[in-house]
Design a protein around this ligand. Structure first.
Ligand code: GLN
Length: 499
């Protein structure tokens, strides 16, 4: 069993295709691993044991019948609970959707199935994807496999923890302000935020529609690229989906060639206030990139300093509008409907009980920012900052191919440390948010462990819209060079298998 689990997703897909193992065997091995460790990690909200084994047997039959399937056919995947799945509950970790079963699959879900992948279950997250630690889940705590006293990042923390604890070889996530890159960084994984519109939002429970982007988690760069390719691409069901081919991320991940590549270091995303070990590993990666033939230059993006403030007006504004649909009439929870109360009272009681404190804070902030008399001062000026950030990116990409920064200012923090201080929590996404506001591509790749706490550090690589392949190319170069130097990073985690 540990043999199967220690394979990369690419290797497992190849072994299944070659008949050396079966999807059923692989799925059973991962279900066994979930049984063995998820009590300690808490990554899954729902494990679809029977449906996973059924899907696995079905894909084994398709392969046996000679059907041509993609490179991940038969490979299990953990799926963030923000994606609609018609055969499993979908809650976005909120009480307001407890027990809800969607009538249809999200496009990302449907594409995983078309690729022959096996959905093991649904992973924990911050309620409606609002948070950076998964502590805002209405259901359970998820622990970081590197140190179970610490957070796995968020909002996609169940997905990052599942992959880091070898409970799944791959997982899906969504990134609105950093919710894939930040958990990937603090769990020692590769996590990518595709170009906005490069992956479909159809059937994904909306938080901030102009920012939400589905993307992959994996233990290595090639696996992330394979999953990225499997579920991305144009979707007529999503009006903001881009009608263009998926950038050649798999080819880039296999190549890793960066000779002559111009790499810009964003001055505004490297501060004295960051953890010393994070900065140390970041600066070492710059030397490493230079030794591999890249040209390193410093770049200034002055508007990035206002990104966090603009994000915390735009994202809550969109959330206040998106979450209006949870009205006690159409979905999930309904409180106090005893025949004596008006619809408005039922709605109000339901929303008071169904939403957690962070979600309520966002709805109130957003409603305020959008209210007449305040709209121009708050939402309007945040939109102007957004334009300035986009211009900073455009100017920078006029002279460099990619931009880099640390993914997060610190390594994984202790559970409970920031729950009483929303501002401290929001700062976890300082470096990731500019990319969401501009809509371009970015990825986090592990760049070592911080010497002071032996916890993973992520290097963020940002590229222009639809140039996602560049982020994979640089990540592959870093991954290879570090493996040659230090060996496999995840092998040092207490929950590593094989490696
Ligand atoms: N942590 C950020 C927030 O709370 C980003 C969340 C996300 O990307 N979904 O809004």
């Amino acid at each position: 069993m540990s043999d199967i689990i220690s394979l990369t997703a690419a290797e497992l897909g190849a072994a299944i295709k070659a008949g050396e193992t079966s999807s059923e065997e692989a799925t059973a091995a991962y279900l066994g691993r979930i049984d063995a460790v998820d009590d300690q990690i808490g990554a899954f909200l729902h494990v679809g044991r029977e449906s996973a084994l059924e899907q696995a047997r079905a894909v084994d039959a398709r392969i046996a019948a000679g059907e041509e399937l993609g490179p991940l056919a038969g490979v299990p995947v953990a799926h963030k609970d923000v994606f609609s799945t018609k055969d499993m509950p979908t809650t976005a970790a909120s009480k307001i959707l407890e027990g809800w079963r969607p009538p249809y699959d999200a496009t990302v879900t449907a594409r995983l199935r078309e690729a022959g992948m096996v959905i093991l279950g649904k992973t924990n997250m911050d309620e409606f994807a609002m948070g950076s630690s998964t502590e805002n889940s209405a259901y359970q705590v998820t622990r970081n496999p590197w140190d179970t006293g610490r957070i796995p990042g968020g909002s996609s923390g169940g997905s990052s923890a599942a992959v880091a604890a070898f409970e799944a070889p791959l997982a899906t996530g969504t990134d609105t302000g950093g919710s894939i890159r930040q958990p990937a960084a603090v769990c020692g994984l590769v996590g990518a935020k595709p170009t906005y519109g490069g992956s479909s939002r159809y059937g994904m429970i909306a938080f901030a529609s102009s920012l939400d982007t589905p993307g992959p988690f994996a233990r290595n760069v090639l696996d992330a690229a394979l999953l990225h390719e499997a579920f991305s691409g144009h979707d007529p069901h999503d009006s903001t989906s881009i009608d263009a081919p998926v950038p050649p991320v798999v080819e880039a991940a296999r190549s890793g060639e960066i000779e002559g590549l111009r790499v810009g270091v964003v001055k505004e995303l490297d501060s004295d206030g960051f953890q010393a070990g994070v900065r140390q590993r970041f600066h070492e990666s710059l030397e490493l990139l230079e030794s591999l033939g890249a040209k390193i230059v410093e770049v200034s993006c002055p508007s990035f300093d206002a990104a966090l403030s603009a994000y915390y007006l735009i994202a809550p504004s969109e959330c206040s509008s998106n979450l209006a649909r949870f009205d006690a009439m159409r979905y999930g929870l309904r409180v106090g409907d005893d025949g004596t109360r008006s619809a408005e009272e039922v709605m109000s009681l339901t929303r008071a009980q169904g939403f957690g404190p962070e979600v309520k804070r966002r709805i109130m902030l957003g409603t305020y920012a959008l209210s007449s008399g305040y709209y121009d001062a708050y939402y309007g000026s945040a939109q102007q900052v957004r334009t300035l950030i986009k211009r900073d990116f455009d100017a920078a990409f006029g002279s460099v191919d990619v931009l880099v920064s640390p993914t997060t200012p610190t390594t994984a923090f202790p559970i409970g440390e920031r729950t009483e201080d929303p501002m401290a929590m929001y700062l976890a996404d300082l470096c990731t948010i500019p990319t969401n506001l501009a809509g371009n591509a970015a990825l986090s790749v592990p760049c070592g462990l911080a010497p002071e706490d032996n916890l993973p550090v992520g290097l963020q690589i940002m590229a222009p819209a639809l140039a996602d392949d560049r982020t994979y190319r640089v990540a592959a170069a870093v991954e290879r060079a570090l493996a040659d130097r230090d060996g496999a990073l995840l092998a040092r985690s207490p929950y590593a298998v094989g490696a």
